[in-house]
Write a protein that binds this ligand. Structure first.
Ligand code: C2E
Ligand code: MG
Ligand code: MG
Ligand code: MG
Length: 286
């Protein structure tokens, strides 16, 4: 048994780190059966139109319902899924689940958009990514323009040549492309003009500090102006508080997303939220 031998030694035996590595081992093993065991679930987070405050679309965010550890966040298992190759069937499962659900909403007259995240591995290594997306769109009989593919700014600038080719391929299907976590990539803004993108999602980091750091609002103002000049749609990510919202209304953004409006929620809750909305308005608007 380990004995307490003073402050310095004690640190080594912190039970938390043991639990963590055990958990990590279990997760590494279990990731392979995540789809077969039906442990994945898609949560949805609404995106709000700034002018009207109404739901314009939702982002699909995957969750892992682990039988032992409960809900695991994608930040913890997406990297693992990437390392093991599980990411390919995983992302296809998310895409299909989200698109099937979107078709159901459209048939109910709820004409919202659906955003789905694509990971780096999938974007660069999956040669038939475009074919896969097309298959799912056809299978669900969806209007492609209602699907928004989100890739991070980091993915886009990692290899510009491939990114440009792949994004044009995807765009040819008629889907939309959004650049996620924009502003965190330390990239030159001029590269944006080379990419066929429709929307930029300005990273939470810029929204977090709004009102507290004046440099942040200067950068945000510049990003928003630039995006508007390039005719790109703007989503402000990670809006959490009323004061932030008030500050953010000064900037000309099209959409907002964040815990202030709603956390990502399971399907039943999303359905309830959509049913509370003014559906005729959505029909009129789109
Ligand atoms: P992301 O695409 O940038 O998604 C936004 C993340 O920010 C989500 O975390 C969401 O829950 C969180 N978020 C939204 N509003 C707020 C807010 O107001 N405050 C704060 N603090 N956080 C907020 P989540 O669901 O944990 O996902 C994390 C990342 O994992 C996503 O970042 C995305 O890159 C990735 N991811 C999620 N689902 C999928 C998926 O199905 N496939 C792939 N490839 N990646 C996914
Ligand atoms: Mg995203
Ligand atoms: Mg994001
Ligand atoms: Mg992110």
């Amino acid at each position: 048994r380990v004995k307490y031998q003073g402050k310095n030694h004690y640190r080594i035996y912190k039970p938390l780190s043991d639990d963590k590595s055990l958990r990590k081992l279990a997760i590494e093993k279990d990731i392979y059966s995540v789809i077969a065991n039906e442990e994945l679930e898609v949560y949805y987070q609404p995106q709000i139109e700034t002018d009207t405050g109404l739901i314009y679309g939702v982002e699909a965010l995957v969750r892992w319902n682990h039988p032992e550890f409960g809900l695991i966040s994608p930040a913890d298992f997406i990297p693992l899924a990437e390392a093991t190759g599980v990411i390919f069937p995983l992302n296809e499962w998310v895409l299909r689940t989200a698109c099937k659900q979107l078709k159901i909403w459209h048939e109910q007259g709820i004409l919202i958009y659906m955003a789905v995240n694509i990971s780096p591995q999938q974007f660069y290594k999956e040669e038939n990514l475009t074919t896969k997306v097309k298959e799912v769109l056809d299978e669900c009989e969806l209007d492609p323009s209602f699907l928004v593919i989100e890739i991070t700014e980091a993915i886009a600038i990692n290899n510009m040549d491939i990114a440009i080719r792949k994004l044009f391929e995807l765009k040819r299907l008629g889907v939309q492309v959004a650049l996620d976590d924009f502003g965190t990539g330390y990239s030159s803004l001029s590269y944006l003009t080379q990419l066929p993108i429709d929307t930029i999602k300005i990273a939470r980091e810029f929204i977090d500090e709004i009102g507290t750091a004046s440099t942040t609002s200067a950068i945000l103002a510049a990003l928003v102006t630039m995006a508007n000049d390039l005719n790109l749609k703007i989503v402000l990510e990670g809006v959490e508080r009323e004061e932030q919202l008030q500050q953010l209304m000064r900037f000309r953004s099209h959409y907002m997303q964040g815990f202030y409006f709603s956390r990502p929620i399971p399907l039943e809750e999303m359905n309830a939220m959509l049913n509370d909305m003014c559906v005729p308005w959505l029909l009129k608007k789109i």
